[in-house]
Design a protein around this ligand. Structure first.
Ligand code: PLP
Length: 229
């Protein structure tokens, strides 16, 4: 299976999974997480129609976004203060914001570049030590702070589920959706309208994420790995 074949297969499976749970396939973005391949791998996915790509390292983000500036590039990795300018320059959407100090710096960089940076707040729903993200009960305060920054627009929430148990993953995703609904109710007018994205689901658990309301599935291995079953 080539990368292009994989991409086409996953996008067909995604459309079918949406229909199965009575959702419009256009409401779920297939984000191709290209962190394990080079520009040739990205090119193969583009040939199959991929538009949105995810990277978790600033250097790889820059390299690929410069090569393919007409695609949408998402930053899904750990944010380091000193790389925020690069991340803001190239990202359509930053999925992994969970610290106020980073929000402040993103806002300042975006302002200098004359852009409003779309971000998602990453939530550690499961509470696993190994996972990054803000605790669910601290998300409201961070959101409130972000809403005071005019060069940032919070588009919703992101999470990673524990691996290996689809029922646990499903509960994690359902909890993120409930938290998003709760937070959205605290926002007014335009801010509430913009807060409409849930980035959840990866190669092994994206189907349950779609059933629980995901609007962005982040797929790496199922597209870019030779032997992902
Ligand atoms: C690597 C990565 C993915 C993709 O994971 P796969 O299991 O390969 O689909 C999704 N989200 C984040 C944050 C990642 O780092």
């Amino acid at each position: 299976m080539s990368i292009a074949d994989n991409y086409l297969r996953v996008s067909e499976e995604l459309a079918a999974a949406c229909v199965e749970v009575a959702r419009d396939p256009d409401d779920v973005c297939l984000l191709a997480v290209s962190k394990t391949v080079g520009v040739d791998g990205v090119r193969d996915a583009i040939e199959a129609g991929a538009v949105d790509f995810g990277e978790n390292r600033p250097d790889l983000l820059i390299e690929k976004a410069e090569e393919f500036p007409d695609r949408r590039w998402h930053f899904i990795g750990n944010i380091q203060s000193r790389r925020i300018e690069d991340i803001v320059r190239f990202s359509t959407l930053i999925h992994s914001l969970y610290q106020e100090k980073h929000a402040i710096k993103i806002d300042r960089c975006a302002g200098k570049m004359g852009k409003v940076q779309d971000v998602l707040i990453e939530v550690n729903v499961s509470g696993e030590q190994s996972k990054s993200g803000i605790a669910p009960d601290e998300a409201a305060l961070l959101l409130e702070r972000c809403e005071t920054l005019c060069n940032i627009r919070v588009r919703g929430l992101m999470t990673m589920a524990p691996q290996g148990d689809l029922e646990v993953a499903r509960r994690t995703f359902a909890d993120l959706r409930k938290l998003a609904e709760h937070l959205r109710a605290t926002l007014n007018g335009e801010d509430a309208k913009a807060f409409d994205q849930l980035s959840m689901g990866m190669s092994e658990d994206w189907k349950v994420a779609v059933a629980e309301g995901s609007t962005i599935v982040r797929i790496g291995r199922a597209v870019f790995s030779e032997n992902f079953a």
